[in-house]
Design a binder for this molecule. Structure first.
Ligand code: ATP
Ligand code: MG
Length: 394
C-alpha cells in the first residue's frame, strides 16, 4: 500500500494533505478570516440569523471549528451538523444540546409545545444569568423550508433589547436559494449578516499548499513546480478539499515514479485518478478533439437529412395515395425523386402505422356501436413499388 508512504520521501513528518479537519493545518486566507469574523460578529449581534454559505469543500466547517474554539465564556453553543431532521427531531436535538430537560406527559408522541415551553424557559433563565445562546446548524442546505420556518419561530423570544437565541446557518450555495423562497421571506428578513466563502485565488492556493507542506515538516523548497501549482489551482478550482485530494495524489504519483519534483504532467495524471476522466473545468477541456467533433456533427447532419427526407417522401406518398383513390386525381404522377429512392425489388411497404390511443382511453376514430378499428388509413396497394418504407401516418 503506497498511501502515506511518500511523506518520508519528501522529507515530511506527516501526510500534508489529509482531508481530516486538523486545526494545526488551518490556513487563514483573507476570505477564511472574513468568514470567521462574520461568525464572531454573529454572537455579538442582537439575535436572529447569521448565514455562512460556500462551495462544497471551501472550508466552512473548518472555520466553524475554529470559531467554536474562540467562543467567549458567557456564550452557550449548540452545534448540529447533520440536520436531515423533522421538526420534532430538531427540537429534541436542540433541547438535548442545550441540556434542557423535556418533560413529556401523556401517552402520545411529544408535541412541539412539549419542547418549546421548557426551551423558552431555559432561554429566559440563561438570559437572566447574563448568558448568550447560539445555535449553529452546519449543512443547513439540508433543512426543509418547514423546519427552517420552525427555526424562525425559535428566534421569536426576545427582550426589549435583543432576541434570546442567535442562529448561525452554515451551508452550501443552495442554502441561499432556499432562503430566497417567498415562503421564507420572514426568515430572510431576520438574517443580520451573510457571507459567502469563495474559493482561493491562485496565489492563495500556492500559499495554502506551502502552508500545509511546512506544517507537515517540509524544510527545503516546495517539491511542486510553478506550473504544477497553477494546474492544481485550475483543476481544483481553488477549493481546499479538492486541492488536498489532488496534491496528495500528485505527491504519491511522484513518489511512485521516484521523481523528487511534481510537475504539471504528474498533476494531470493525478487529477484523472482522483476526479475521473474529465477533471478539468469545461472551458479548458480538450476532450472533444476536432475529428471527433467533426464526425459527431456529420452524423447529426446525416440524421437530420434522413428525417427530413423521410418526411418529404411520406408527405408526397400520402398526397399521391389520396389522389389515387379518387379517379380525378389519378393522373398526378408520383414524384420521381421519391420513387427513385426505392429499388425495383423493394418489398411493399408496411401498412401505415397509426398512433393508438393510450390503453383505457376511447379511440377517437371509433364510432358509437362500431368495433374500434385498428386502422383508419387504407393500406397502400401491394403492387405499388414506389411506396416509401416511411409511409405517412396521416
Ligand atoms: N482554511 C483552511 N485551512 C486548512 N485546511 C482547510 C481550510 N479550508 C478547508 N480545508 C481543508 O479542506 C477540507 C474540507 O473543508 P471543510 O470540511 O471545512 O469544507 P466545507 O466547506 O465544510 O465542505 P462541505 O460543503 O462538504 O461541508 C478540510 O478537511 C481541510 O482539510
Ligand atoms: Mg462542511
Amino acid at each position: 500500500m503506497l498511501w502515506g508512504m511518500y511523506a518520508e520521501f519528501f522529507g515530511l513528518k506527516q501526510d500534508p494533505f489529509s482531508i481530516a479537519p486538523d486545526p494545526r493545518y488551518l490556513f487563514m486566507s483573507e476570505r477564511h478570516r472574513e468568514a470567521l469574523a462574520h461568525l464572531l460578529y454573529g454572537i455579538r449581534g442582537g439575535g436572529g440569523f447569521v448565514l455562512l454559505s460556500g462551495e462544497i469543500g471551501a472550508g466552512k466547517t473548518t472555520i466553524c471549528r475554529c470559531f467554536l474554539e474562540q467562543i467567549p465564556e458567557q456564550c452557550r453553543v449548540a452545534y448540529i451538523f447533520n440536520p436531515k431532521l423533522t421538526v420534532g427531531d430538531l427540537l429534541r436535538t436542540i433541547c438535548r444540546e442545550f441540556h434542557v430537560e423535556v418533560k413529556h406527559e401523556g401517552t402520545g408522541p411529544a408535541t412541539i409545545k412539549d419542547y418549546l415551553d421548557p426551551f423558552n424557559e431555559y432561554l429566559l433563565q440563561s438570559h437572566a444569568r447574563g448568558e448568550r445562546n447560539v445555535l449553529i446548524i452546519d449543512e443547513a442546505q439540508n433543512l426543509t423550508p418547514h423546519v427552517l420556518e420552525q427555526l424562525r419561530l425559535l428566534t421569536n423570544l426576545e427582550t426589549r433589547e435583543r432576541k434570546l437565541l442567535q442562529i448561525i446557518l452554515i451551508g452550501q450555495p443552495e442554502l441561499r436559494d432556499v432562503l430566497a423562497r417567498p415562503e421564507l421571506e420572514q426568515l430572510a428578513q431576520r438574517v443580520i449578516a451573510r457571507f459567502h466563502l469563495g474559493a482561493l485565488n491562485e496565489a492563495e492556493t500556492r500559499q495554502y499548499i506551502e502552508h500545509r507542506m511546512q506544517v507537515a515538516g517540509l524544510r527545503g523548497p516546495l517539491p511542486f513546480s510553478s506550473q504544477a501549482i497553477r494546474r492544481v489551482h485550475e483543476i481544483a478550482r481553488g477549493v481546499p478539499r479538492r486541492v488536498n485530494l489532488l496534491c496528495d495524489r500528485a505527491l504519491l504519483g511522484a513518489y511512485a515514479t521516484n521523481q523528487a519534483r511534481v510537475d504539471r504532467s504528474v498533476v494531470d495524471k493525478a487529477a484523472i485518478e482522483v476526479f475521473g476522466d474529465d477533471p478539468v473545468p469545461v472551458k479548458n477541456s480538450r476532450r472533444l478533439a476536432m475529428p471527433q467533433a467533426a464526425s459527431l456533427s456529420l452524423l447529426g447532419t446525416l440524421g437530420i437529412g434522413l428525417v427530413v427526407g423521410a418526411l418529404v417522401a411520406g408527405a408526397l406518398f400520402w398526397l399521391w395515395n389520396q389522389g389515387s383513390q379518387r379517379p380525378t386525381a389519378a393522373a398526378t404522377p408520383p414524384n420521381p425523386a421519391v420513387t427513385a429512392a426505392a429499388p425495383a425489388d423493394t418489398p411493399p411497404a408496411a401498412p401505415a402505422p397509426r398512433l393508438e390511443p393510450p390503453i383505457g382511453q376511447p379511440d377517437p376514430s371509433a364510432r358509437s356501436g362500431a368495433r374500434p378499428s385498428r386502422r383508419t388509413t387504407p393500406a397502400p396497394p401491394r403492387n405499388r413499388r414506389n411506396c416509401s418504407a416511411t409511409a405517412p401516418t396521416a
